[in-house]
Design a protein around this ligand. Structure first.
Ligand SMILES: Cc1ncc(C[n+]2csc(CCOP(=O)(O)OP(=O)(O)O)c2C)c(N)n1
Ligand SMILES: [Mg+2]
Length: 944
């Protein structure tokens, strides 16, 4: 195995090891902000090579690139052999187009068809005496010398043959990397692999035998499943078994690079092979499910997920760069995912980011992709675009595309416009290694190279393993309906496991009996585990609430109030880390606005040792310029976060994560972060609530249903600015109705274990309590906050310090404290959110302060039935109840609260609706109509 490099990059290495340190998170926190993440530090790395290089682009933000000057000797040699340089350059840039990537041979382009790859194109003669001329290879090519280094000279003919092997063999490299240091490193390593044309030089004999066993076992598993469960969709790996070889190579290379913690996200294809093969998951778990049993142990509430979404967290037997008999230096967790291809990717990234706070770059993300999904799903682009951002970088992801050249039944001509499925990675200049999936040594070596690259440069890299799919999209499908020629070729093709075993036997590398014996043993184990799964005694293992989650539990009653108040002394101390206008109000103890309450909630949690992460577009400032949780030195542009210095030993860290302009990937990322760490208050704020539907998949498949399906609790807070202030059809509605529809509470409100909380708080203090409540409970639930816009600065919408003091808590319903004589009330208005303040104003104007009460529903889900009932009961003479909302009747909370309120309000009394009529667009864009609508529903509400 060639791992050494031609030249010493000592300076670069030492800089990069520093990058490794700062990318780890906490050490990098300057005033609470991760000042230097991998992405930013990379730019600094580039800065350090400035002396020897030339900056070629200064318009790329923090990601500048430099051309590293070659040594004078290299340049002289390049000038002497300018035509060879041109040829080498052509192979390096377009050799991949002629590489033998497709095992089926259907889409291989002959080298002769690409003029740039013909030496004659540059006036080079390869045959005869000219070809025998010996040249210095310095600065030209990197030809392995067989001893871990590179040859210093070679004949022209050999140089050409080397280029042809390296770039048009079984590996096609796309090294479109602007950074010269990376490009050179990659070039050396790629050329050292010689395109997989000399397999024995890449992988030693005993390892080749191990690889053969892996392949054969995978085939054995698929055959076993086909025999025992012929009518199950298992998304087998037949045709792409080398996926396991790639993963084996990656696991080994990880431990060679001190990567100890790997989060893996993958789709359906070959997942069961991976689980039962490399991940050593008990096959009984799979068989049990197929026999109708649950993967969730008895006594634990949860409904489970389909077979191809099973997840596992385990220690694997790899250490020091190799597979070992015992001991482990590698922990992996294959995370849960929904069917929505690629959408779990940012979740995995968020999880890795959280882990990197302790582990640094030794926590790594590995993503597997299908070729069609990788090309088609927008979340891929969003994730790439986050890869170097200060608050989202994870020091590089290794991507493995299991490219079976089909997506469902579609061929690439139908499913992608780009040449390669991997082309989307080019948005951040991700290097790509395309590799023929029938060359296990090439797959193994390319996979190791990928991990080495990520470990060294902390950037993403893609391995695109080209293979095929022996059966249909699932095992019940007939693929030849739509791909007749491809399937004719597949039918004629011997399987890779068989071909490879035979090849090793022919070469005298492996004893075929050893491979057969290993396959037989694997099959015997499958039989035994099938019998075990069929036994009535079989119980699936518990795999939830472990590690950091050990002190948390499935709650029996999430509606029990929790005291979240904080002593006045502490609140005042935290308030000192604030801007002066806020400090004055804190001293007065009154008139505290939304942003102040937020700061106090965060500060008090930080004081208790929790971390806080707030993420979203421009969140540090806040969409409405209200937050200003960090302060910029107007002279130097440097920034400080006062809350990170509140003078409490061991305080937590507030991380302000200004995000890219993405909803889907960023929200997924934060879900992943919160999934990893129950002790960090993770919040995502949409710029306006309506943009949240760009992340609908994350809400539906993860936030709303993740705990029920996977038993994974999650305390993520989502803030959705909402409110009808005449802004028109956009920016008015966070679509409260949709979130309520995702809630699992029944109308009678019997369930005490809601899937998530949805609140619409109307006071800063209630917001304060809601945030604190997220952390002080012994369980975690997602929280959706319908958050305000105009209330941020409304004078009436303030709280006093005593509202947050010890003994106080979140209020799910606010009674009307202005009513002195409840018996005098004949009309009760019920509402949620900012309309409350408008109603109070109207009531005052109409002189109805004695006869009309206004009740605020602060918590929509779980619906506080008992609290609401006791408040409504207290208005004994009221017989008119009106739900008032500013949203149209088909939006807002009306349809959700209606059946619930009716249970409380006796049938003899009247419950009616006052709000906008149903509408398709959520709001009108004409000020006059907007006002007229308000007049209409206000009149109805007060019966004016
Ligand atoms: C977001 C999304 N859209 C559609 C589907 C339905 N679907 C399931 S698998 C599949 C084909 C995927 O092709 P590819 O990514 O190449 O993976 P392969 O099945 O070939 O391994 C499709 C369209 C899905 N699961 N997710
Ligand atoms: Mg595919």
């Amino acid at each position: 195995m060639l791992r050494s490099t031609h030249v010493s990059w000592g300076a670069v290495n030492s800089t990069l090891s520093w990058v490794a340190k700062v990318a780890s998170g906490k050490t990098a926190q300057v005033g609470g902000i991760t000042a230097v993440s991998a992405g930013m530090a990379r730019a600094m790395t580039m800065g350090m090579s400035k002396a020897s290089g030339q900056m070629i682009n200064s318009l790329m933000g923090s990601r500048n690139y430099f051309v590293l000057a070659e040594t004078a000797e290299e340049r002289t040699n390049q000038n002497t052999h300018a035509n060879l340089v041109r040829l080498a350059s052509a192979y390096r840039t377009c050799g991949h187009a002629a590489a033998r990537l497709d095992p089926l041979g259907l889409s291989v382009v002959p080298r002769e068809d690409i003029p740039e790859l013909d030496p004659a194109h540059y006036g080079l003669e390869v045959e005869g005496a000219a070809g025998e001329q010996v040249v210095s290879t310095l600065g030209l090519v990197f030809m392995p010398d067989g001893a871990g280094g590179f040859k210093s000279e070679a004949t022209v003919k050999d140089v050409v043959a080397h280029l042809q092997a390296a770039f048009t063999g079984d590996i096609g490299a796309e090294l479109h990397v602007p950074d010269a240091v990376e490009r050179r490193w990659l070039t050396e390593r790629v050329e050292a692999m010689a395109g997989g044309t000399q397999p024995a030089a890449l992988v030693d004999a005993s390892k080749r035998t191990e690889l053969a066993k892996l392949l054969v076992e995978s085939e054995g598993f698929d055959n076993f499943m086909q025999k025992k469960f012929a009518f199950v969709k298992r998304y087998g790996l037949e045709g792409a078994e080398a996926m396991l070889v790639a993963l084996e190579g990656m696991f080994e290379a990880s431990t060679a690079n001190s990567i100890s913690d790997m989060t893996i996200v993958m789709p359906h294809r070959g997942r069961l092979n991976f689980l039962t093969g490399l991940l050593k998951t008990d096959p009984a778990l799979i068989f049990g499910k197929l026999k109708g049993k649950s993967e969730i142990p008895e006594g634990i509430r949860g409904s489970g997920d389909v077979l191809s979404h099973l997840a596992v967290s385990t220690d694997l037997p790899y250490a020091g760069g190799a597979r070992v008999e015992s001991g482990s230096e590698l922990h992996v967790s294959l995370i849960h995912n929904p069917s929505h291809l690629e959408h779990a990717n940012p979740v995995a990234l968020g999880k890795v980011r959280s882990r990197q706070r302790e582990l640094g770059p030794s926590a790594m993300c590995l993503m597997l992709h299908g070729d069609a999904a990788f090309a088609g799903q927008g979340v891929i682009q969003e994730s790439f675009m986050m890869s170097s951002l200060p608050s989202y970088s994870t020091a590089g992801t290794v991507h493995l595309i299991v490219n079976n050249q089909l997506g469902f039944t579609a061929s690439h001509a139908d499913y992608r416009s780009s040449r390669y499925s991997s082309d989307v990675g080019k948005v951040v200049c991700t290097p790509v290694l395309h590799v023929n999936g029938e060359n296990p040594e090439a797959v193994y070596a390319a996979s190791q190279l990928a991990v080495d690259f990520r470990a060294k440069f902390h950037r993403d890299i893609i391995v695109d393993m080209v293979a095929y799919r022996r059966r249909g999209h699932n095992e019940l499908d007939e693929p030849a309906f739509t791909q007749p020629l491809m399937y004719e070729a597949i039918r004629k093709r011997e399987s890779l496991p068989k071909m490879y075993s035979a090849k090793l036997a022919d070469e005298g590398v492996a004893d075929p009996e050893i491979i057969t014996a290993s396959a037989a043993a694997a099959e015997a184990k499958l039989e035994e585990r099938l019998a075990a799964a069929e036994s009535p005694d079989y119980t699936p293992p518990a795999n939830h609430l472990g590690g950091k989650w050990a002190e948390f539990k499935q709650t029996d009653d999430a509606t029990v109030p929790v005291e979240t108040g904080v002593s006045l002394e502490t609140l005042r101390a935290i308030g000192k880390a604030s801007v002066s206008p806020r400090m004055k109000k804190l001293d007065a103890g009154d008139g505290l606005d939304w942003a102040t309450a937020e700061s106090l909630a965060w500060g008090s949690l930080l004081a208790d040792g929790y971390d806080v992460r707030i993420s979203g577009q421009d969140v540090g400032r806040g969409t409405f310029s209200h937050r200003h949780v960090y302060l910029y030195d107007q002279g130097s542009s440097s920034r400080v976060v006062p809350l990170n210095d509140i003078g409490v030993d061991g305080q937590g860290t507030l991380h302000i994560a200004n995000s890219s302009l993405s909803e889907m990937a960023v929200l997924g990322f934060e879900y992943g972060f919160a999934m990893d760490d129950p002790k960090t208050l993770v919040m995502w704020e949409a710029q306006f609530g309506d943009f949240a539907n760009g992340a609908q998949t994350i809400f539906d498949q993860f936030i709303a249903s993740g705990e029920q399906k996977w038993l994974r609790q999650n305390g993520l807070v989502t803030m959705l600015p909402h409110g009808f202030d005449g802004a028109g059809p956009e920016h008015s509605s966070a679509r409260i109705e949709r979130f309520l529809q995702l809630c699992d509470g029944d109308i009678k409100c019997t369930s005490k274990d809601p899937n998530m909380f949805v609140i619409n708080p109307t006071t800063p203090a209630n917001y304060f309590h809601a945030l604190r409540r997220q952390m002080v409970r012994d369980f975690r639930k997602p929280l959706i906050i319908i958050s305000p816009k105009t209330l941020l600065r409304l004078r009436e919408c303030t709280s006093s310090l005593t509202d947050m003091a010890e003994g106080t808590a979140f209020q799910p319903v606010f009674d009307d404290v202005s009513i002195e004589d409840k018996a005098a009330v004949d009309r009760v208005l019920l509402c949620s959110g900012k309309i409350y303040y408008d109603l109070v104003k109207r009531r005052d104007e109409a002189g109805l302060t004695d006869s009309t009460a206004i009740i605020r529903l602060e918590e929509l889900h779980p619906f506080p039935l008992d609290a609401m009932a006791s408040i409504l009961d207290s208005y004994s003479r009221a017989d008119n109840y009106v739900w008032v909302q500013e949203e149209p009747a088909n939006n807002g909370a009306w349809r959700y609260v209606d059946p619930r309120l009716r249970q409380i309000i006796s049938s003899r009394k009247h419950l009616s609706y006052a709000g906008r009529p149903p509408m398709a667009a959520v709001a009108v864009a004409h000020a006059a109509t907007h006002k007229a609508e308000i007049e209409a529903f206000m009149s109805k509400a007060f019966a004016l």
